[in-house]
Design a protein around this ligand. Structure first.
Ligand code: PCA
Length: 202
């Protein structure tokens, strides 16, 4: 059996759900052919998220890894192009930490590219009428840290790994009560990520 590790984050910033975990959880255990999805939740905590990712990689010895995160304000499914070696938090993480101008890996390279087939993924989602585009910044919060950690420590030629940011869920928007606030239904997000995992394991 081949394994695709799918990670999502716990809720943060006052929310009670995080679409990335809701999607990962919905797809946990799905199989097709000889491929299976194993989903793991990561803490939204700078101090522990990288180790939680390493533990999941060791526990599941995957052939491919897709990390998911919530990107508030985005209206599309957005595969990320690049992870950068900096942590700069606009808000505290779930442990209250708010690093500024701190490298993810001391003396590490400035950045790593995704090893996902980004254009093909976006085109495929468009063919299914699912809003999607490549993002050129994964931010500088815990998602970028996990993405950088993945590409620094696990990625190598022939391995498929990367990060996809997802819009908020409709119920998160009603809590915020802003006049214009994008969201995407969970069912569509699940369909999108299922398709992306199939591309990765094809
Ligand atoms: N989104 C945050 C961290 C956890 C999440 O789901 C981010 O974009 O960094």
């Amino acid at each position: 059996m081949r394994t695709l590790l799918l990670t999502g984050f716990e809720p943060f910033d006052g929310d009670s759900v995080n679409p990335s975990w809701e999607v990962a959880r919905a797809l946990d255990g799905e199989q097709w052919g000889d491929a299976r999805i194993c989903s793991v939740q990561l803490p939204c905590v700078f101090a522990t998220a990288p180790q939680a990712l390493q533990d999941a990689l060791q526990a599941h010895t995957p052939q491919a890894v897709l990390c998911l995160g919530q990107a508030e304000g985005r209206s599309e499914v957005t595969p990320e192009r690049v992870a950068i070696n900096v942590m700069q938090a606009r808000i505290p993480d779930n442990a209250g930490a708010q690093p500024q101008e701190t490298p993810v890996v001391a003396n590490g390279p400035a950045a790593y590219f995704s090893s996902l087939p980004l254009t093909r993924m976006v085109q495929h989602l468009h063919s299914l009428q699912i809003p999607a585009s490549i993002s050129n910044t994964a931010g500088t919060f815990v998602c970028n840290q996990v993405f950088y950690t993945l590409q620094h420590g696990w990625a190598q030629p022939g391995r498929c790994s990367g990060f996809v940011h997802l819009p908020c869920l409709p119920e998160q928007v009603t809590r915020r009560q802003r006049p214009v606030y994008p969201s995407m239904a969970l069912s569509l997000q699940v369909q999108a990520v299922r398709e992306l995992t199939r591309i990765m394991m094809a």
